[in-house]
Design a protein around this ligand. Structure first.
Ligand code: GLU
Length: 446
């Protein structure tokens, strides 16, 4: 059976790191077995859903390379929910309730006060047809609850948490539809999962109790439940779900110079004990994606680690992938010379400036000044076409007896204005010969 997964965000805000991890893992799970990955926009809540968020979700997924096979929107599927609703009402699995939020809260408090679990008492089930007629006549609209089957224990083998068992008698019948006719998330989601052939539901562990009720909804819909897996929540380095993490969005990361490959490489492994490998591409990450590697302990998202992975990704980025983000005139050789020194692609500009100049070196002492003048003379006579740095330093070593730092550092300082930086062997050919001679010589430094 083809694996079908889905990412089902509510477009009520931007995607944050936690959502992205869920999207990525669903994508990897599908990719791993040549399956399908769907994007389902959970926009039944018209008041809170925004088109701009839908667009941002699409753009974020595209930037990350997590292209969905298909996109569905819950707001276009109300007729389907209505039909399933009618069937469940006819089958006696949905029932009308009229309690206000205050009444329910009071019931909860009374139960808790008696040391009992705050389970809904099903008193609305006792209402007669006359009661309902009287409510309707008084203009009261019902909300609807799903009648849990108390005689069938709820069980599933969770792909991450292992065997799960819930006693439906210990659960409240969930409200599935509000008095104004609007839907809560649970029932439409189960209807969609059946309708769209979803085989694997992978989501955060905050959904475990929803899954327990949905297991019975699948049965009531006459469908087989998909496989479920619930991931441990994401925490920041402080061990808590920090505010920063909850608001850290794709756009923030992109703007701070994070490459999609870095985010994907890190998030693919987050929650496992497996090492993060920046060199793995999406296909390799998918091939090695394995739910059984994920633990139940909270997964720590460490921005410092993301920066390290990002640097490793940048060091391997081919020119073609970054060309349009580099300063004008900067070619492939320059990119390859400079990229080992970058944490972010955006820093290339500062090294390109070192190539194009002007650069300002330190004040050299008289002896070093003399050495550099000699270097300028040697450089002026060099064949610049093959390894000028090798030729320059070999000639100067012979002529002066200098070696190591005394040989190299003044040259680097005069040529780049810095004490460290890209490999001079790669950098020097990029600096035109005349310019290099000028930087080494007196003229260049004054
Ligand atoms: N819209 C729900 C959410 O964002 C979907 C949960 C799910 O079924 O994956 O929490």
């Amino acid at each position: 059976m083809t694996v079908v997964t889905r990412f089902a965000p509510s477009p009520t805000g931007r995607l944050h790191v936690g959502n992205i991890r869920t999207a990525l893992h669903n994508w990897l799970l599908a990719r791993r077995s040549g399956g399908r990955f769907l994007l389902r926009i959970d926009d039944t809540d018209a008041a809170r859903s925004r088109e701009e968020h839908v667009e941002a979700i699409r753009a974020d997924l595209q930037w990350l390379g997590l292209t969905p096979e298909r996109e569905e929107r819950q707001s276009a599927r109300f007729a389907i929910y209505e039909a399933a609703f009618e069937r469940l009402v006819a089958a006696g699995r949905l029932y009308r309730c009229y309690e206000t939020a205050q009444e329910l809260e009071l019931k909860r408090k009374v139960l808790l006060g008696r040391g009992l679990p705050p389970i809904y008492d099903r008193s609305a089930l006792k209402l007669t047809d006359e009661d309902h007629a009287a409510k309707a006549a008084a203009g009261e609209q019902p909300h609807w609850r799903f009648l849990l089957d108390h005689d069938t224990p709820i069980e599933w083998v969770d792909g991450i948490r292992g065997p799960q068992h819930f006693d439906p008698k210990q659960m409240s019948d969930p409200v599935v539809r509000r008095a104004d006719g609007s839907w809560l998330y649970m029932l439409p989601s189960a209807i969609d999962d059946v309708d769209m052939g979803v085989t694997d539901v992978l989501r955060g562990e905050d959904h475990v109790s929803n899954t327990a009720t949905q297991v019975q909804m699948f049965a009531a819909l006459g469908a087989q439940a998909p496989r479920f897996a619930h991931e441990a929540l994401l925490t920041g380095t402080e061990g808590k779900l920090s505010k920063r993490l909850g608001s850290l969005g794709v756009a923030d990361l992109r703007d701070s110079g994070i490459e999609p490959q870095a985010l994907v490489a890190l998030l693919a492994r987050l929650g496992t004990a497996d090492p993060v490998d920046a060199s793995l591409d999406a296909a390799a990450l998918a091939a090695s994606f394995d739910l059984s590697r994920f633990g139940r302990a909270p997964a720590r998202f460490d921005e410092a680690e993301l920066e390290r992975v990002n640097a490793a990704v940048v060091h391997a980025l081919p020119f073609a992938e970054v060309a349009d983000r580099l300063p004008g005139g900067m070619g492939e050789a320059a990119w390859e010379a400079i990229r080992p020194n970058l944490n972010h692609v955006g820093e290339a500009a500062q090294w390109w400036q070192v190539v194009t100049g002007p650069v300002a070196g330190p004040e050299f002492d008289a002896e070093t000044r003399e050495y550099l003048d000699q270097a300028a003379t040697v450089a002026a006579l060099l064949d610049w076409t093959t390894d000028p740095w090798g030729a320059l330093t070999a000639a100067l070593k012979d002529a002066t007896g200098r070696k190591g730092k005394a040989l190299f550092l003044p040259l680097r300082q005069a040529l780049t204005g810095m004490d460290h930086g890209p490999d001079m062997k790669a950098l020097l050919p990029l600096i035109a010969k005349d310019e290099a001679v000028r930087r080494l010589g007196l003229d260049g430094m004054r």
